[in-house]
Each structure stands twice: as C-alpha cells, then as structure tokens.
Design a protein. Structure first.
Lengths: 561, 368, 374
C-alpha cells in the first residue's frame, strides 16, 4: 500500500514561528519520499487546530502523520487521539519537538531552522518504519495481598475489607498479632498491647472477605498493578503451593532488633543479667522481673542507642519505650533505682513530653554518655562510661537492659527480590519518595506499611496503613480495566537460540523459557518494555515494539549526520 | 559496428579517465570499482564519490576479493538507488547481480554497468600473498596473445561466458594490448548520453568475433579437462564422501556465493537440528555417525538451490579452508542444469527463472 | 567438577598410548558405563579427521584420541548432539582441553546438556593448521608425530604455541601423559562422574600425581612467559586505530571466523542480520564523507562487535585463524584481548561450570577503576 505521510508544522503562536523559518522547513521536507503534504498551522492543539488536522488526514487520505511542534509530553496523546478518530492507527504517528528542543534554546534563526529541518526529517524517516500497534485491555483485579500479620498488616486488612474485594493475609508464624502481643503496655497511654490487637484479630477472623494463611510464606509474585500472580507455600508442607491473583500487594512484614552480640562492649550473652528490650518485655509480661538468681534487682541500667553507630540511624521508638520500661520497673518493684544512659533523647510529638516528665519524677537518673562498656564486677555489673564532660565514670547495677536499634526483618531481602522493589537506608524497603511517596514503591502496585519501611511507632504505622488503603482504593476500582504496556518486547522464535541471557537480565520476570522449542518467550502483559533483553541479546532476536532497530537507526542517521 | 572510445593508455587508466569525467560532470553520483586501499597495494571494491579518489582505482585488477554482485545487491536491497551510479564488474559478477534482481535482492534502476571481455582473475590466495603485482606483466602478455594463464582460477581458465551481457559499456581486454591501449565500447544509448561531451576519440569499432570464438574454443578445451577430472572424483555417493570428507561445515562457500541470498540458511535453521532421539535411531542403524551430521547433505542441498543460477565465478573455492574443488563441481552441475532449460543465468533480466515457469511439455525425457 | 587433585589412577600402556586409550574406552563400553563414544576418526579419503559418535565398538580401532588437526571444535560436536536435550545414551566425549572448556562455556549458554556426557581430555601438544595438513596428510602426520617426540611446537597453530592451558582439566576425566612413568599414563578424575567411572572400572586412584603436576607446572610457566612476550609484540603491531585497520585491510568479511568459533552460538549473527543492511543513500552518504567507501563495508564493526560478544568466553582454540582465507592472525588477536577482558572479571573461560558468566552477573562494586575515567 502506498505510504502518504502528512507533515504538519505548528507555529505555536510566536513560540516556533518567530524562531524558525517554517516555510524553509516545509520546502526541505515536502519532496521527500512518501511525503504527500507538508503544511503549517497556527496552533494545532487548539480546538480549531485539532479539527483542522482531523479534516486534513481524511481529505488527503494520509496513512502516516508527522507533527513538528511542542514536546510530546504535552500533546503526543492529543494527536494520537486525532489519528484514531480519523481512522489511522495512532502509532503511525511521530512527533518532533521543535519547540523545547529547538526554538526555545537556539538563538540564531538560521541554526534553529537547520535543526528543525533535521529533526523533522528524522521524524519522517522514523515514521516510515512504524507499525500499527493495538491497545490491549485486561480486567483489573481489585483483590489485595497483605504480607505480615502484625498491627500494620491487620490494620490494612480491616481498612480494605469492606470495599468489594477479597483480601489475602499471609503470616509466616502460626498466629496473628506480631510484636505488639509481647507488650504488657504501650506508651504513652499505658494501655495493654493485647487490647489493641485482640479485638482486631477477632474482626479479621469474622470477616468473610479476608482469607488468612498462617504458617505460610510467599514464594513468587509476578506482574504489575491490577494483575499480580502470587504463589504461596505452607512452611510445614513442602508440596502444597497455593496460587491466586491479586491487584495489589502490601508488605507489612515488620522489623526485628539489632543483635547486641555484634557490639561486644555491652556484654550481651557474656554476662548474666544483661538482656535486650524484647527479652525484658517477655520477662515483664510473665509478671515477675528478676535476676538470674531469682532475686529482685534493686538497680537497673537501661542503655539506649545500642548499635546506633553501626546501623547509622536513630530508631525512633527506643527512648520512649525505655521510659516505658522505667514505669514497668517502678510498678513492679517500688523504690527501684533506674539509670537511663542515652546519647540523645528522642521525644517528638504532642503527647510524649508529658509522658517523659511524669516518668522521670523520682528515682530515675538520665545520664548523657558515650563509650559505654559493661563488665562483671563481683556479683554485680559495672557500667563504665564517659559523661558529658568526657570524664570516665563507673556505675554499679544489678541488671542491664539494652535498647538495640530496630532493623529490618530477616525476610526483607527475599521479599524485595520477589517484588523487585529496592531496599533503602538500613536495608528497609525503600519508599518511592521520602516526602512525597511514603507508602508506594518503585514497583507500581506494591505498597509498604509499618516498620518494614523504617522504625516507627504504632500510631505512625496506623497512618501508613490508612495511606496505603487510600492509594489502593483509588487505583484499584473493581470493574476498572487495565491497559498493559503496548510497547513491549518481542523475541523472534526463528532467531532465538535459547541461551537465556535475556532471562537473566529481565527485572520483571516477564520472560519464560519454552523447553520444547528451546526458545525464550515474552509475556506481553507483564513486560514493561524496558529493553534490557534487547540490549543483552547478541543476535538481535529480541526487539521492542515501536523502538525497533530500523526505527531508531533511521531517526539517528538523520539526526547525527 | 559500435561506437567506442579509444584511449592510448592502459585499460585501467583509460577507463579511469572516463570514470573521472562521469563524476566530475555529475553524470553519476558514485562509482563502484576496484581500488587500491593501502600502501601495500591491497585491492578492494569501493564506492567512490570524489573524483580525486579515483587516482587509486584499478578497475581491471585480476582479483575478485568478493563477488561484486553481493555488494550491488546490498546497496540496492532496501530499495533502488535514488541517484545514478556506475559499477565496473566482471561479466560473471554482472550476470550474478541480474540473477539476484530476478529474486528481488537488488534493483537495476539508476545503475549503469561497465564490463569487459574478461581474461579471468587470480585466486584469492595470490592476493593474500601479494603476488599479483609481479605477475601482472605475464597476465597482460597472455591476454594479448590469446593464451590462458595457468595460475588463474580454474573456473576462469574454463569460462566460455567472457563476453558480458547487459553492459552499458564493454572494455576490450582479450586480444588487446591493454598495457598500452584501451577501447571502451558504448553499447547502449544510455552509455552514449553518459559520456556526451567527453573530450576523447570516439570511433566505430567491432569486437572481432573470430578472435573471440578462437579464444572460446581454447577455454572449452580447458573446461573439458577440468570437468573430466571432477567426473572421476564425484563417482557416486562414495566419491562424494571422499571429496567432501574434509569439509568442516564452515559454510564459507555459501557466504561467498553471490547467489546464496537467504537471510537464514535452511541448513543453519532449526529445521536441520536433530533431537537426541534422531541420533539414537541413526546409531542403532549404522553403529557410527559423523557429528555434526549432514556434511554431504549440505552441499547437495546447495547444489539443488543455486545451480540454476550459478555463474561459475569461483568465489566458493577460494574461501574454502580445506581446498575442496568446489567451483568446478558447482560449475559442472550448474551448466548441466542450465542446459536442461536452455537457460543462461544473467543473460536477460526479463527472462524468468526456470523454477518459476511452467511449460506443459518439458523434461519429457524423464517421463520414461 | 573441580575436585582437588593429588591422586590419580595409573593405566599401563600395552602397545602404544593410542591403543591403550582406545582400550580404556572400549572397556567403558563393554562394562556399559557409557553407551557411545564421541571421538575423532580419519575420514574415508584419509585427508582429514571428523568427530564420530561411535556405538559399534568395532569402529573404535580406527579412532584417534589425539588427531593432528582440529577441523571442527569439539564443543560444536557436543552441542550438535545435546542442544535439544540430553537423550538416553551416556556418551564419553574425548577432546582437547580447549574444546572441553568451550563445551563448559556453551553449557552456561544453554547450548549443550552435559547430564549424560562424560568429558575426557588429555595433555595437548597442539594441532597443526588445517591447510597444512589436508593437502598432504602423510607429510602432516609425520610432522605432527615428530613434533610430539621432540617436544617441539613450531609447526602447530600460532595460538597453540603460546597456550599455557594445554593440560587444563575442565571435564570429568583427563589422560595425563606428561610426567608419567614409562609405559603408563595417568587417568585423573575431576568430578563425581569421573570418580564413579574409575570405581566401576575397578581402577583405583591412589597413585601420586606429583610428577604430572610438576611437569605441567613447568610447561605452563614457560608457555606463559612466551605468551606474554608474544602478546606484547602483537599489541604493538595491532594496537591503535591505524594499525588495526591495516591488520584487517585484507579481510573480505566472509565471516568464516565467526562460523567456526565454538562460542559464537547465535542462529543468525547480528552482523549477518538486517541490522547491518542499509538503504543506498546511507552508503552514499558515508562515501561522500571521505570521498570513497570500501565495500563490503563495516568490516571493523564486525570484527570488534564479534570480539565484544564472545571475548569473555574465548578459549584461544585458534579455529578462527585456521578458517580465515586471508591468513589474518585473528586467533592471536582475539585470544590476546580475551586474556585481558577475562582478567578484568577474574574469570577464566571454562574453568568452572558453576562460575556464572561475567556478562550476566551483577556486583554492586565492580570495575571502579573505570569510574574515574571521566
């Protein structure tokens, strides 16, 4: 079929017409092979302009369209829609940006005109090699997978539960609740931790829309927003995989604590009666706080910031719970003397100051210190430290509680790989943007909630759960169709020789290997068109639609000649 | 009688002057011809657009580094040339190009052809060893005396199609003192128009038919000898196995062949890959199997595919790493097949390929 | 693979090494340890050798475990049998160290399946250039045998003469002739498969390997010195754009080198594909830039492109140079560059089948010396 390329150059008011001699451009391109018409127009994006283009395409019987105007970011979509209305496939269109890339940055009119000619020619050369591409539509799946059954995951489930979708909650241990279950009380209201969580767990169990998998781990997640394929495995039984589809994934896998064995100066596991915060919470919940020999401690040192230097960040919650520990101790052992060793005190927010002031009223010493060493001294423990004035001091106590840094859960690496999201500072899941994208990630459709994203307290966790819920509710509307990427990779079956190099470099899991034919195959719905496979394939068997070798070569050869 | 330009220079220099005229006067935008590319005097085809670069051109250098049909095909594969180009080719190269054009692998539009009554080329090896310069005077001598030089490619020594078809200009080499004189025949109106205004002697001349026939019969004698030798060697499947036994399956012959144009040769495609079960079955039958398989099969296949258009250029043999006498085999089979259909490849661009034509009565001798 | 070796089995030579090795293989088939042997055999006309997959034991007597030439790279033979899967037969493949290494590389690239293949290599004296052999095979055979006897290598492929890995073990078993006591040879196991075969054949491996190890070390060190020297000279001859263009000035772009290379595995080479075929005005535009354009064009693009694609797996076998009709020293050049590219990643092609190809492995900190290049 004969090609009829229509070339239209927009004056863009004075923006282009004053800086570029448009008639010269028309002269230069109107006789090129395949160009049937080359014209200029005042403002192609105006209503009249759009109508003009529509009429021109029909009148001239055009098969391809080239528009030299502003940035494609402004109006590529506009002109593609006009093509569609006029009956040409919208991908038989190419735009040359002679405004931002030429008129607006070139002083000399001659130079600008020459450049505009070259850019328009390059677009014409490219468009000759364009192929029609068809839009695809698939049903968007509104369901959600929540990984992690602690307060973050539970809250997210409950928020999403009654919005016309199914929620799958996956927990690797045998029970829901997470860390909060271990806390006798939570600050600042000193309400029992179990109170917060028990009712919520009941609500989850009662809700028909939430399916809970305990003793289970996620094996594989492939896909994108609206279309994820999930594979689960029960931890105990090796051969019973569970598979289902969801539209979004929430990572709420929580955190754990830094291992003080890595900082031997604190004497952890070397001395009796030196315990971590989690161990102390457990001891406190059992009802009896005692030393290894069964006696009650009279003096306790609480060391803040354990491991802070090693991890390189402040863990947000430890100062507050260390104060909470003071209250635990004072409640159970009257007249106990507590010493809090800290490097900086972190008490943000509108309610915490009052809690702090009330806690330190009596029998508490806050000691600002550095270079702490914990050693055994007779049947007591010696805390050796340097005070604010760098003087070396020693304090003798019965028991030491270490408040270690909050670190990512051990599953974080595996899950980051499975979901192809990044890990940021400290190894926590990385949010899309520190300020402007706190719960989304670089993979669309994967959200992060709670201390899996970074150390935080319960109220911040609830905030994140509600935020992620909001994002999911607005982007995953039941019934809404998803349009997967059109400009995806394609691997020629006759040229592929099955070396699997493309498979190794695909970050989206979009390439599978057909064992019978011994060739790689692209899943067009999952492919994001990144082009890694095209670059990696030595023989050129892989190519990206709308960015084929010919299309790029033709454009380049004109542009750089 | 045909108009011809006569120049009292060597054939190389004489034609170069005409080529210079064509470029300088914008009659053509480019010239394809052989050119010296370095100080050692190595020769390669070049597309020359600047008349100054013609100073190194050696259009009739007796070497064929690549069959020029492949180069012209590459040049016009994606579409005909927009501008007039002149190409200086040997008769077999021109014929091969026309065979490619028939298969949509090139275009004749805007191309002018200059050829010669061809005296043949030396094998690639001599070019590699840089022995051609010192053999040039011997070459010219033999040409003048209508004798055949032993050192040439076997297919050249036995080539009977040394008068070009479809050339716009033909340069007389055979029987001429090309060391001193160059005669360029203007065969077509196009050719005359191209050189309009050239300040050189144009007179009416003739390619002496008697001389050419005489030379042809000498070449025919050589052919008889070479074909008889091949006949002996290719006796039955055992003969083929002996002949192709040393083949390493590099497929260089296919790459060098101007007629082999497939993007992906069938013998490289997955069609010719064997599953392990195929090997196991063969082993059970025969006890031993050469691997990779299909050594002779590949050559038989290629003979089947290309011989209808084989122009006997000899490029295949020159690139063979194990010196299999391919060119004689292919030339012999080629001529037999072509004879069956009264077909000479490249004789006429309008003549259809025999495999694409249907005659109700044909090859009746096989019906018995 | 890659088990620490300081003990090996020792086999007594009955008449000559060739016959004894074939006996060893026959024993393997007799005891059904493997069902077939892939080994070179002389072709019917006697002017060359070819790999033959042998199931009928009686054919073994005409086989040659150490032929004087390498017409086909053994890795290509193994790939042709196993690319589409492993089959039911267990096959013992006998080939030189560089061929075994190339087979390992091809396995990493999905082009062979080694599950039912037993790779057997031997101490290699090198091979003669093909063209020297095929036109006078009697003379060639004599030349080869004399070279082995005199422990000389000046007749061999240029890359063989500077090969420091001529006894490298990349497969399952290795026939060690160097340093062995008179009328014996070592059979060295390098894998569980190898161990299993020796035990099934009731050959115990409890002989000291020190004499082989030290002889191999000496030869390898000497060759390495020769290699470094040769590379220094070659670099000065080929280095820099002018020298490079000069070196390849006789190249006719026939792509033979690519086709015989075991590492070049693409079905349709990038440099044979549509991507290097351009419209006429492109060629004209290029010609106009300098006044003329050499045809066929893009020869340097092909050579450097091929080098970029295969260098990390190059095993310096020298097939490319044997196949070049214009006698360009491609093997020497490519193998010199391969030494350096593999060095960059601390990689030796074919050394370890578990070692991932550098091209597809990601390390966060890598090639930092390049970061300052800006």
């Amino acid at each position: 079929m004969e090609r009829k390329i229509g070339v239209y150059i927009c004056e863009c008011g004075p923006n282009i017409s004053e800086k570029i001699d448009i008639d010269k451009v028309i002269d230069a391109v109107s006789k090129l092979d395949g160009v049937s018409v080359a014209k200029r127009y005042k403002l192609l994006c105006s209503e009249e302009g759009k109508k003009y283009l529509l009429d021109e395409i029909k009148k001239q019987g055009l098969t391809h369209l080239v528009v030299s105007a502003c940035s494609p970011r402004d109006h590529e979509k506009t002109f593609m829609e006009i093509c569609e209305k006029a009956g040409i496939n919208p991908y038989l269109f190419q735009m040359a940006n002679i405004r931002e890339h030429c008129a607006w940055i070139t002083e000399n009119k001659d130079d600008a005109t020459k450049k505009a000619i070259r850019m328009t020619k390059a677009a014409i050369r490219r468009v000759r090699y364009h192929s029609s591409l068809e839009k695809k539509e698939i049903e968007g799946n509104p369901d959600v997978l929540v990984i992690g059954g602690g307060i973050a995951g539970i809250e997210t489930c409950l928020q999403l539960a009654n919005s016309n979708r199914k929620i799958y909650l996956v927990e690797k241990t045998s029970s829901l609740g997470g860390l909060i279950n271990n806390f006798e009380k939570t600050y600042p209201n000193m309400v029992p931790g179990s109170d917060i969580i028990k009712q919520r767990i009941e609500d989850i169990k009662k809700n028909e829309n939430i399916q809970v998998f305990t003793d289970s781990e996620v094996e594989e997640i492939i896909g994108f927003l609206g279309n994820f394929e999930v594979k689960l495995k029960k931890v105990s039984e090796e051969n019973v995989p569970v598979e289902f589809n969801v539209g979004a994934v929430v990572l709420a896998t929580g955190s754990s604590v830094f291992d003080p064995e890595k900082t031997p100066q604190y004497g952890y596991k070397k001395l009796d009666n030196v315990i971590t915060s989690l161990e102390f919470e457990e001891m406190n919940k059992s009802g009896k706080i005692s030393l290894a020999n069964g006696e009650k401690p009279k003096t306790v040192a609480i060391i803040h910031c354990v491991g802070r230097e090693k991890v390189g960040y402040c863990s947000d919650i430890c100062c507050m719970y260390s104060l909470k520990f003071v209250r635990y101790l004072q409640d159970k052992i009257p007249n106990i003397k507590v010493f809090n060793f800290y490097s900086d005190l972190c008490i943000p927010g509108k309610t915490y100051q009052k809690f702090y002031e009330q806690t330190i009223e009596k029998n508490v010493d806050l000691i600002r210190s550095t270079d702490i060493n914990i050693e055994k001294k007779a049947n007591k423990i010696s805390v050796i430290y340097k005070d604010e004035n760098k003087n070396k001091k020693t304090l003798s106590v019965d028991m030491v509680i270490l408040s270690p840094a909050v670190i990512p859960n051990s599953d974080t690496n595996k899950l980051a790989e499975i979901t192809s999201i990044s890990q940021g500072d400290g190894g926590f899941f990385a949010e899309e943007h520190e300020k402007l994208g706190p719960v989304s990630t670089t993979t669309e459709g994967i959200y992060i909630v709670g201390s899996a994203q970074g150390p935080k307290d319960i109220s911040s966790t609830i905030i994140q759960a509600e935020a992620a819920t909001g994002k999911i509710l607005t982007s995953l509307i039941p019934g809404k169709k998803i349009e997967p990427e059109i400009k995806v990779s394609h691997i020629s079956e006759s040229l592929c020789i099955g070396c699997k190099t493309c498979l190794s470099v695909c970050s989206y899991g979009a390439i599978t290997f057909d064992e019978t034919k011994k060739v790689s195959v692209v899943n067009e719905v999952i492919c994001r068109g990144c082009g890694n496979c095209v670059a990696a394939c030595p023989s050129g068997a892989a190519s990206i639609k709308h960015f084929t070798f010919d299309q790029l070569y033709q454009e380049l050869v004109e542009a750089v000649q | 009688m045909t108009k011809a330009i006569v120049i009292n220079k060597t054939a190389d220099q004489g034609l170069t002057e005409v080529l210079k005229f064509l470029l300088e006067n914008d009659r053509v935008k480019g010239v394809f011809t052989l050119k010296k590319i370095n100080k050692e005097g190595d020769v390669s085809y070049s597309l020359i657009t600047n008349a100054d670069d013609l100073k190194d051109s050696v259009p009739f250098y007796p070497l064929m580094p690549v069959n020029a049909a492949k180069i012209l095909s590459r040049f016009t594969l994606k579409g005909p040339s927009d501008v007039p180009i002149v190409a200086v080719l040997k008769p077999c190269e021109l014929r091969a190009f026309i065979e490619l054009v028939k298969r949509e692998q090139g275009s004749l539009e805007n191309l002018f052809f200059i050829s010669s009554t061809c005296a043949g080329v030396f094998p690639l090896e001599m070019g590699k060893e840089r022995l051609i310069e010192k053999n040039l005077s011997k070459y010219f001598e033999k040409i003048k005396k209508l004798e055949i030089l032993d050192d040439l490619r076997p297919v050249c020594r036995s080539c009977e199609e040394f008068v070009p078809y479809n050339a716009d200009m033909t340069v007389k080499l055979i029987g001429e003192n090309i060391d001193k004189k160059s005669i360029i025949f203007l065969n077509t109106k196009k050719a005359e128009k191209l050189v309009e205004g050239i300040k050189l002697d144009v007179s009416e001349k003739d390619l002496d038919k008697k001389t050419l026939d005489n030379f042809k019969s000498k070449r025919a004698e050589e052919k008889k000898k070479i074909f008889a030798d091949i006949d002996k060697k290719t006796n039955g499947i055992d003969g083929l196995i002996d002949l192709f036994g040393r083949c390493i399956g590099c497929h260089a012959c296919r790459e060098a062949c101007p007629i082999c144009y497939c993007k992906l040769c069938e013998f490289d495609s997955s069609d010719c890959e064997y599953k392990p079960s195929n090997y196991e079955i063969e082993l059970r039958k025969r006890g031993g199997l050469r691997v990779p398989p299909g050594t002779v099969y590949y050559h038989l296949g290629r003979l089947d595919h290309v011989t209808i258009s084989c122009v006997g250029c000899g490029s295949c043999e020159d690139v063979c790493p194990v010196d299999i006498p391919l060119s004689a085999i292919f030339k012999k089979v080629g001529e037999s097949v072509q004879k069956m259909f009264d077909y000479i490849p490249g004789r006429d661009p309008k003549e259809d390929l025999p495999i694409t034509t249907f005659e109700k009565e044909e090859l009746t001798e096989f019906e018995e | 693979m890659n088990k620490p070796k300081n003990k090996a089995a020792v086999v007594k030579v009955k008449s000559d090494i060739e016959k004894s090795v074939l006996d060893f293989l026959k024993k393997g088939m007799d005891n059904e340890i493997f069902d077939a042997v892939l080994i070179p055999m002389k072709v019917p006309a006697g002017d060359s050798f070819a790999y033959v997959l042998i199931k009928d034991k009686s054919l073994l007597k005409d086989a040659s475990y150490l032929p004087p030439v390498m017409p086909v790279q053994g890795a290509n033979a193994v790939s042709s049998i196993t690319r589409l899967g492993k089959g039911k037969m267990k096959i013992a493949a006998v080939m030189r160290p560089c061929e075994t290494r190339a087979t390992v590389e091809l396995t990493k690239l999905g082009q062979t399946d080694l599950e039912n293949i037993i790779l057997i290599s031997m101490d290699c004296p090198g091979v003669l250039p093909l063209s020297d052999f095929v036109n006078d095979s009697k003379k060639g055979m004599k030349l080869f045998n004399e070279s082995i006897k005199k422990e000389e290598d000046k007749e061999m492929r240029p890359v063989c003469q500077i090969c420091d890995k001529s006894s490298m073990i990349a497969g399952d078993l290795h026939i060690g002739t160097l340093g062995a006591k008179k009328d014996t040879f070592f059979v060295i196991s390098n894998s569980d498969k190898g161990d299993e075969i020796l035990s099934k054949l009731k050959i115990s491996k409890n002989e000291d390997l020190d004499s082989w190890l030290s002889k191999v070390k000496n030869i390898s060190e000497e060759k390495l010195k020769k290699r470094k020297n040769a590379h220094k000279i070659l670099k000065s001859q080929v280095g820099g754009l002018d020298n490079l263009l000069d070196t390849f000035s006789q190249c006719i772009n026939c792509h033979n080198c690519m086709r015989v290379c075991p590492v070049c595995y693409c079905r349709l080479c990038y440099f044979d594909s549509d991507k290097v075929k351009h419209p006429s005005d492109d060629y004209l535009m290029r010609a106009e830039k300098t006044g003329s354009l050499r045809c066929p064009s893009d020869i340097t693009l092909f050579q450097m492109g091929r080098m970029m694609h295969m260098s990390l797996s190059c095993v310096s076998c020298g097939m490319c140079e044997d196949a070049c009709p214009m006698d360009i020293p491609v093997a020497q050049i490519f193998s010199m560059v391969a030494d350096e590219t593999q060095d960059l990643f601390d990689y030796v092609s074919g050394r370890d089948i578990e070692e991932p190809l550098p091209f597809v492995s990601y390390k966060e900190k890598e090639l930092e010396e390049m970061e300052d290049a800006a």
